[in-house]
Each structure stands twice: as structure tokens, then as C-alpha cells.
Design a protein around this ligand. Structure first.
Ligand code: FAD
Length: 381
């Protein structure tokens, strides 16, 4: 089929685009064209096997699937099974390792105390009261007003400065929507009902989602390079950056980006866990990932392991990873969303298209809702 023959055209093969392609092909039984500018499917969830060690890794950073949404869980389990992995995160501060999010173990270990769960709230309140903060409009002031200066300086300030490439005193409080902490020793990172890593990796899910012969995937193809060839009445589902769709006509949205450095280390286990944060500014990177821990059920080589060191970068025009939800960006995204609403047969959605940080289950849910509320309706009307 020619590009101009397709009535459904999707830009992007991440979860947003792949779930919608699967629904259109399997429920509507219609041909669908998926255009992907990268050389692989799966968007930022793409996984591959390192040829030197045989260890599977997530190219764009460690991804843990978790959800309490029954519909999403039932849907995705048609395309993969999950292992028993349970996520926990540790952080290194001044050479010592602590648990995250801040919990009773973190607090007791850091202050050399033996607080009980019912004493934590009052303790943090006293810590925060030492500063007497009335204006909580900055990220720093808000964080200190919640946990006090000592915990802030140890676990939040350095990491956030590296993460946002800005002094947290100059960051807006809206970036700190919540500061999770636990009053007990629970070290589970997620509270979701279901959790795991896909048994055969993420890329296998996308291969299954896109396996219907009605789906035509074209890699290394930028939507904007072929846009002129699309049928005038094609329904376009675009999951790339929102501002790019409108050629940045209202201005540019800002993104945070990441850079990873790979290293093969000649030991079986380098850090004993999949993700280690580094809280101090003196350490230039934010995290180290050791992907072998994501699949405890696999028997990987005992001779070596791979470690990815993650650096956070301010918006440098390269690959966009995270939206920066400050007041200006939120307002600008809202203006762009109005333009989307004015176009016929256009859906712009996903992490980049909605300009929202979505976890995978939220992206899948968004795609299922779009299919029910917009695509099926258009198809039957
Ligand atoms: C570092 C990191 C870690 C994460 N960890 C987790 C986690 O542990 N758990 C979790 O649930 N979620 C996690 N997420 C979130 C998860 O990655 C997203 O929910 C998911 O990738 C969103 O899917 P999407 O399809 O909207 O976007 P993406 O996966 O970004 O896919 C968009 C696709 O569109 C393509 N595209 C863009 N522009 C064009 C164009 N012009 N033409 C053609 N193709 C185009 C891109 O190449 C890309 O393949 C993480 C995200 C990041 C950045």
C-alpha cells in the first residue's frame, strides 16, 4: 500500500502508538501505518541484549512496569508475561548507602536514632520548624518545610541540582509536587497491585503489539518528511513532541534529557541492586543502573556485568526525555492543546504529545481511552 492509501497513520511506536495500532488492526480490522523516526520500535521502553555479556538492558533507562489498573494489566498480559521483580531504590550519600524514598531506616540510620513509626511525623515537624519557613514558593523552601534542612541537604538538594541542572533554591516549588516518605521500614518503591519486568523484555511486547499483518511499520521515517503524502481524510495519531507538530509556532517547550555511559565490569555483581542514586553534587552523575538485577530468574554470566551511568542534561535540543512542568511550560502546552482541538482528525497524545510525565501503565490507559472515546466513535459515525 502507498502512504496515501492509509486512513489511519500513527507517528511513533512507543506504547501510545503501538497500543493504538494494535486496537485499530484487531478491533476495527483496518490497515494502519506506523511511522517511527528511530531505527527501532518501542519508543523509550525499548530493550536489547548486550552482545558482550548477554544481559538485556533498557536503552533509555531502567523501566519497571507497575499498575493497579485491572484493565491495563489484563490488556498488556495478552502480549507478555512478567517476572517477580520488585523495585527498590538506594542512594549513596557521603560514601554511605541509604534507602529511598526516605523511610524509617533512612531517618534512623542518618540521625543514628531508633525512632518508632508513630514518632516520625513529630520528628520531621521539629526538623522543619527549626527553619521557620513562611514562603514555600521555591523547590528548596518547600522541601525544607516538609523534611527539614538536614535530610534536604543530604538526600534532595544535590540530586535535584544535578537532575534539573539548576540550583534548587531557584527552582519553582511546582516541580516538587510531592515528597514521598515512609514512616515505616517499607522499602518497596511502588505500592501498585501488579509489578514486574516483562519476562522476554520490552521489545518483545512491541513486536507482539505490532504483529498484525494489517500493521505496516516503517522505521527511520520521520512523520514530517512524509506528511504531505498522507490522504486528506486520514486520521493522524501523533505521539511526538507537541510543539514540534505546530512547528514551534507558539514557542518551544522545555525538556530534560539524559545521557548514559556503558561500562562492562569484570565482576558478577557490581552494586547489588538495579538502580543506585548518587545524592551528592560532588558525584557528577545521578544514577547507576545494573540491568542484570531486573531479571533474577535468568542465569546470566558470572564473569561480568554491565553498568550504565546516567547523567542528567538540561534541554540541549537532543532527545527529549522528561517534560519540565513549571508554570510557563504548563501554560504553553495548554495553548498548543487548544490548537490540537481545532484540527480535524488529529489526535496528539503520549508522553511527548500530552507534554506530561506518564508511567507506562498511564500511557497504555491513555491509548485505550483514545481508542474507545475518539477512534471507535469516528469509525462508527
Ligand atoms: C528515563 C525514563 C525512565 C522511565 N521509567 C519508567 C518506569 O520505570 N516505569 C514506568 O511505568 N514508566 C517509566 N518511564 C515512562 C515511559 O517511558 C513512558 O510512559 C512511555 O515511554 C511513553 O510512551 P509514549 O509512546 O508516549 O512515548 P515514547 O516511548 O517516547 O514513544 C514516542 C515515539 O515517537 C517517536 N517519534 C517522535 N517524533 C516522531 C516523528 N516526527 N516521526 C516519527 N516518530 C516520531 C519517537 O522516536 C518514539 O519512538 C520512564 C521514562 C523515562 C524517560
Amino acid at each position: 500500500m502507498q502512504i496515501s492509501d492509509y486512513k489511519y497513520v500513527i507517528a511513533g511506536s512507543g506504547f501510545l502508538g503501538s497500543v493504538l495500532a494494535e486496537r485499530i488492526a484487531s478491533v476495527l480490522k483496518k490497515p494502519v501505518l506506523v511511522l517511527e523516526k528511530r531505527g527501532h520500535i518501542g519508543g523509550n521502553c525499548y530493550s536489547e541484549t548486550d552482545p558482550e555479556t548477554g544481559i538485556e538492558f533498557h536503552k533509555y533507562g531502567t523501566h519497571i512496569f507497575h499498575t493497579s489498573n485491572e484493565r491495563v494489566w489484563n490488556y498488556i498480559n495478552q502480549f507478555t508475561s512478567f517476572n517477580q521483580y520488585r523495585h527498590q531504590v538506594l542512594t549513596t550519600h557521603e560514601g554511605k548507602v541509604y534507602q529511598l524514598p526516605i523511610n524509617l531506616e533512612t531517618i534512623n540510620s542518618f540521625f543514628s536514632l531508633s525512632l518508632k513509626p508513630f514518632e516520625v511525623e513529630e520528628f520531621l515537624h521539629q526538623q522543619a520548624a527549626k527553619e521557620n519557613i513562611s514562603d514555600t514558593s521555591s523547590f528548596e523552601a518547600k522541601a525544607i518545610s516538609l523534611v527539614g534542612r538536614q535530610l534536604y541537604e543530604a538526600f534532595i538538594r544535590g540530586y535535584s541540582a544535578k537532575q534539573w541542572q539548576t540550583d534548587p533554591a531557584k527552582l519553582p516549588a511546582d516541580l516538587l509536587s510531592r515528597l514521598p516518605f515512609r514512616k515505616n521500614y517499607d522499602e518497596n518503591y511502588y505500592f501498585s497491585t501488579y509489578q514486574g519486568v516483562p519476562s522476554n523484555g520490552y521489545t518483545a511486547i512491541f513486536e507482539n503489539l505490532l504483529s498484525d499483518p494489517l500493521i505496516d511499520v516503517r522505521l527511520n521515517t520521520d512523520f514530517f518528511d512524509v506528511k504531505d503524502q498522507l490522504a486528506a481524510d486520514a486520521t493522524i495519531i501523533y505521539s511526538g513532541p507537541l510543539d514540534r507538530y505546530f512547528n514551534y509556532s507558539l514557542g518551544k517547550l522545555n525538556w530534560r534529557t539524559l545521557q548514559f555511559e556503558k561500562q562492562v565490569v569484570g565482576v558478577e555483581d557490581y552494586q547489588g541492586t538495579s538502580v543506585m542514586n548518587f545524592a551528592d553534587v560532588a558525584v557528577p552523575y545521578t544514577r547507576q543502573h545494573e540491568p542484570r538485577h531486573l531479571h533474577p530468574e535468568r542465569s546470566y554470566t558470572k564473569e561480568k556485568t554491565i553498568v550504565f551511568t546516567e547523567y542528567s542534561k538540561a534541554d540541549d535540543g537532543s532527545e527529549p526525555f522528561y517534560p519540565i512542568p513549571n508554570a510557563e511550560n504548563i501554560a504553553l502546552a495548554k495553548e498548543y492543546r487548544k490548537l490540537v482541538g481545532q484540527e480535524k482528525n488529529l489526535i496528539v497524545a503520549g508522553r511527548l504529545g500530552d507534554y506530561k510525565y506518564y508511567d507506562m501503565h498511564e500511557t497504555i490507559n491513555r491509548a485505550l481511552e483514545i481508542f474507545d472515546d475518539q477512534i471507535k466513535t469516528l469509525h462508527t459515525s
